[in-house]
Design a protein around this ligand. Structure first.
Ligand code: DGL
Length: 262
């Protein structure tokens, strides 16, 4: 099992922001990334559908003999990870909006969370928010439309900028000093966000924390890859994968890309 790949799935290309952190921290691990772009966005779908798609992705990665699965999607984590953990016998690592560090460090006691409708509506998000943001005003904002733009590779267009501004301005008016990114697609908009936010507003995403947790669980279960030699990174998409490739163009690693139906 130790030399099996780490499986990673997302509703599309966004989870590559998590993959990059995992590859940086665990350069000796093989990975298999599943981009379910055909079904993006997950964030507008009902919980039952998100669970069904998460099961489909999990079963695919299990057939490929993955030793651990990273659910590199906040929407799938908050809606489906409990179900996955109860129904499949391998470790799952999820990603959730990092409200805790934002709430702990906020001076204005007001933090913004930009996430999908599905994440903000989930009970897991609500319990995290209630547990970690006591005495803090949490401004929740649905990022409707952003995932679709990122899936099209529109990271710097006027359309993306305008939509983002529409979401950020009301949070700024309320005095946020932390912006928590609650969707693994959104780190690709950080350059644009930095243009739109005043410098005192800190942006927090959870990618590094997910990589650290992946490392901790592999270590705890004695699943770290002990073999030396070439490392294999496979990226499977069920639509055209041009955008996925573009997002990974500056990564210094051997990568294999394929398009297939799943
Ligand atoms: N990357 C997914 C997330 O973290 C995007 C969800 C979607 O497809 O709407 O939530």
């Amino acid at each position: 099992m130790q030399d099996s790949p780490i499986g990673i799935f997302d509703s599309g290309v966004g989870g590559t922001s998590i993959w990059k952190e995992i590859q940086k921290l665990l350069p000796n691990e093989d990975t298999l990334y599943l981009a379910d772009s055909k079904n993006a966005p997950y964030g507008e779908k009902p919980k039952e559908e998100i669970v069904r798609l998460s099961r489909k992705n999990t079963e695919f990665l299990l057939r490929k003999k993955c030793k651990l699965i990273v659910v590199a999607c906040n929407t799938a984590t908050t809606n489906a990870i409990t179900h996955l953990r109860e129904n499949y016998d391998l470790p799952f690592i999820g990603i959730e909006p990092a409200i805790k560090p934002a709430a702990l460090n906020s001076k204005s006691k007001t933090v913004g969370v930009l996430a999908t409708k599905g994440t903000l509506a989930s009970s897991l998000f609500h319990s995290t928010s209630e547990n970690h943001a006591y005495g803090i005003q949490v401004m929740e904002q649905e990022g409707t439309g952003l995932v679709e733009l990122i899936e099209r590779g529109e990271l710097q267009t006027a359309k993306t900028r305008d939509l983002l501004k529409k979401f950020l301005d009301p949070m700024l008016d309320k005095g946020i000093d932390y912006l928590v990114l609650g969707c693994s697609h959104y780190p690709y908009l950080i350059p644009l966000m930095e243009e739109l936010l005043p410098p005192h507003v800190r942006i927090i995403d959870s990618g590094e924390a997910v990589a650290r947790q992946t490392n901790a669980i592999l270590l705890e279960r004695n699943l770290l890859n002990a073999k030396s030699g070439p490392v294999r990174h496979q990226f499977l998409s069920n639509t055209d994968n041009t955008v996925l490739k573009n997002l990974l163009f500056n990564v210094d690693a051997e990568m294999e890309f394929s398009c297939l139906t799943f």
